[in-house]
Design a binder for this molecule. Structure first.
Ligand SMILES: Nc1ncnc2c1ncn2[C@@H]1O[C@H](COP(=O)(O)OP(=O)(O)OP(=O)(O)O)[C@@H](O)[C@H]1O
Length: 251
């Protein structure tokens, strides 16, 4: 478990200013969502947080340690699962451990212990092409977790799934996060998803291409005890949080 702090991050490309003084904190064990319109700079912020790009100003701290511009401390799961087609599921998910220096058998052994928790028992030896969309996302999330137990950056992890699979994975995701105690920052375009899975929702606004760099315009704390039950999504409290988020997006 780890606490992430983004402090006063500004970023841009050549003459384009994309992020303006972005700050946010994700507490240990929290799932935080980053919600904002297309093109406002969410991926740009993720690249900075993952250490893949140095910001023009500001810094990124993980448990108080400055990780600005240093990749490898957090795991970063892209929207597309990027499972390697020529490797079995177990070798795909164990790959981060091998890259970190474990032997193949050691890595497989550690990964094997997690298949049940991630709802993937029985598919260890299959090829990615033999999995359903939901199973592929579970495997991709498990691989991210094996890269970093502490903090995961998830870029639209459920956006490619159909509505039924998505709803199923939301419930599954929350139970896995509770069981692992990991923290995550999740990019999403989907307000319902953000309220459903987020303990806190950071709302980002801006249109960098129109000379309006993005900033965090507010944050909504979702007061719902864990484990969040499926009924929460049809409760008056859910609608109230959704209304607040919509107000922030329009403000
Ligand atoms: N490498 C780059 N060089 C120049 N401009 C870039 C680069 N990467 C992103 N941009 C610009 O920065 C702005 C923010 O892009 P970004 O991909 O971060 O937005 P986003 O919120 O993640 O979008 P989406 O939700 O559609 O994925 C856009 O105007 C984009 O064109």
């Amino acid at each position: 478990m780890a606490t992430l702090a983004v402090e006063g991050v500004s970023q841009g490309f050549d003459g384009l200013s994309v992020l303006d003084d972005v700050s946010l904190t994700v507490e240990s064990g929290q799932v935080a969502c980053l919600l904002g319109p297309s093109g406002c700079g969410k991926t740009t912020l993720f690249h900075v947080v993952a250490g893949l790009a140095r910001p023009r100003s500001g810094r990124v701290l993980l448990d108080g340690h400055d990780i600005t511009g240093r990749p490898g401390s957090l795991s970063y799961m892209l929207q597309k699962d990027l499972l390697l087609p020529h490797k079995t599921v177990i070798d795909n998910v164990a790959l981060p451990l091998v890259l970190k220096g474990a032997s193949r058998s050691e890595a497989r052994e550690r990964a094997e212990g997690l298949f049940e928790l991630f709802g993937l028992s029985g598919v260890e030896g299959r090829w990615p092409a033999e999995l359903s969309g939901g199973q592929r996302q579970r495997a991709a999330l498990m691989r991210s977790y094996l890269f970093s137990h502490e903090f995961m950056l998830l870029d639209e992890p459920f956006s490619a799934l159909d509505a039924f699979t998505k709803a199923e994975l939301h419930t599954w995701f929350l139970s896995v996060m509770d069981a692992c105690g990991a923290s995550a920052l999740v990019v999403t375009h989907d307000i319902d998803e953000a309220v459903k899975i987020g303990d806190v929702i950071f709302v980002m606004r801006g249109a960098p291409q129109k000379g309006d760099p993005a900033r965090i315009v507010g944050c909504e704390r979702v007061s719902c005890p864990h484990p969040k039950r499926a009924e929460f999504a049809v409760s008056p409290e859910f609608l109230e949080h959704k209304r607040h988020v919509l107000e922030l997006l329009r403000s």
